[in-house]
Design a protein around this ligand. Structure first.
Ligand SMILES: [Ca+2]
Length: 449
């Protein structure tokens, strides 16, 4: 069963080193000034205490769920190379900071999912160090895939590692003891810390049965736990296997980039693309997937739009009126820019003078509409217009009907697709005639009155 709450979720994704520094006393060695541009190595001192302090801000946007990139002890700023799966990094505030964050979220009726990195760990993980120190005598020798009789990392690593990076040895997923250990991690943070689910890193590289076991174990601990996979391509086989509740919808992201940001697709191409994904996934997965314009692994969408904020807002209008659980990547809502990683991971500017208030207002408005209108979250979906750079979708739930018209073109488009009846523009509260237009580069959300 996919968890029902995800259908009503609006996620806020945080890269914890870069969101808010709530405790300078625990800043890691070499912490850089907050407003400096990031390199691959730099650390900025953000922590879970800072996130907890900013929950009013996050909730004020209308978000009701958090997704944090990895928080467990690790030598890197991104923490995708885990040293201790049972300890939150001391620079993030340790386990007690996570406990306080989760209880503060739950007190607000908000949820949290953590990033599970189960394909690989750090070369400083004690099990890998043991294999390196004791060779074939190590209990953990066959927890990794080592070609030879001892661990060699120079000149090239002689063990399987993530993307060839020697500091990230891969777990040997053929060894079931590895699975028992990693599944105990999945259980632990739900049972002991009451987290609401897991985002699974590099799902494409994990054995499907293991992923399915993660989902089962998570739901044994908490019936409505959410398990969402990082899947870059079409995820059909994961859903057929019953291994995931949803995916981070990078496939949809590809289409949003092609239509809105790059403009190299027209509306019919975009609509065909979205329809074909829609038909490929089970209904539950469509409504339970994590839809996004941004993440720590992609250039900022506003930058992909070359800073064209009207186009960025139009893409957002699609995301927040489309099924799935839409996500805001920290700072997208205030107009943060950034190219490929590490540039897309800048520290969040808390000086409001640096915020783009037009974008922030548009986000708040769109999230508000989504939270207000059940049909936008749970209704059926149909494209009723796709021509040139203009598209319109219809969302229907019982006797409620909403039409979202998005004009990404440079001239006004008539609202000729509006069926007969009374239609209220949900932004202005004004009744709309079918003779009305959608101005260039604007959207309208209309509800049958
Ligand atoms: Ca700090």
């Amino acid at each position: 069963m996919t968890p029902d709450w995800v259908r009503d979720a609006v996620f806020y994704q945080i890269f914890p080193d870069r969101f808010c520094n709530g405790d300078h006393a625990i800043d890691p060695v070499g912490t850089r000034p907050w407003n400096e541009l990031p390199t691959r190595q730099s650390v900025f001192g953000g922590d879970l205490i800072g996130i907890t302090e900013k929950l009013d801000y996050i909730q004020g946007l209308g978000a009701n769920a958090l997704y944090l990139t990895p928080v467990f002890t690790s030598p890197s700023n991104h923490k995708y190379d885990t040293i201790d799966y049972f300890a939150v990094d001391p620079a993030f505030g340790g386990n007690s900071a996570l406990r306080r964050l989760v209880s503060a979220l739950h007190a607000r009726g908000m949820r949290i999912i953590l990033d599970g990195v189960f394909n690989h760990c750090s070369d400083r993980h004690p099990f890998f160090l043991d294999a390196a120190a004791r060779g074939e005598d190590s209990t953990y020798w066959d927890w990794f895939t080592i070609d030879g009789r001892s661990v060699e990392s120079e000149p090239e690593p002689n063990y399987a590692c993530w993307a060839g990076v020697r500091t990230m040895p891969e777990w040997n997923h053929a060894n079931l003891k590895v699975h028992e250990y990693l599944l105990s991690v999945v259980r632990h943070w739900i049972r002991e810390y009451d987290i609401d689910g897991w985002r699974l890193d590099t799902t494409d590289y994990l054995p499907p049965d293991f992923v399915k076991d993660i989902r089962s174990v998570a739901k044994e601990e908490k019936e409505d736990a959410y398990v969402v996979g990082e899947v870059m391509g079409l995820a059909t086989s994961w859903f057929k296997h019953g291994a995931l509740d949803g995916v981070m919808h990078y496939r949809l992201w590809d289409g949003l980039v092609s239509f809105f940001a790059r403009g190299d697709w027209n509306a019919p191409q975009f609509a065909d693309f979205v329809r074909s994904i829609w038909r490929s996934y089970p209904n539950d997965a469509n409504y339970s997937s994590y839809t996004l314009l941004g993440s720590h692994d992609k250039p900022r969408f506003l930058s992909l739009c070359n800073g064209d904020k009207s186009m960025f807002i139009l893409a957002s209008s699609f995301l927040f009126t489309f099924p799935g659980a839409p996500a805001i990547y920290y700072g997208d809502e205030i107009g943060m820019e950034g190219r490929e990683d590490p540039d897309c991971r800048r520290a969040f500017p808390w000086d409001e003078a640096e915020w783009d208030m037009d974008i922030l207002e548009a986000f708040r408005h769109l999230v508000h509409l989504r939270r207000q209108e059940l049909a936008l979250r749970r209704g059926s979906i149909e494209f009723i217009a796709a021509r040139g750079r203009f598209l319109a979708i219809r969302r229907v739930l019982r006797d409620e009907e909403i039409i979202v018209a998005i004009n990404a073109g440079d001239r006004p488009e008539p609202l000729d697709v509006l069926p007969k009846g009374n239609w209220i523009d949900l932004s202005s509260g004004v009744q709309v005639e079918s003779a009305a237009f959608v101005p260039r580069r604007r959207f309208r959300v209309l509800k049958r009155g």
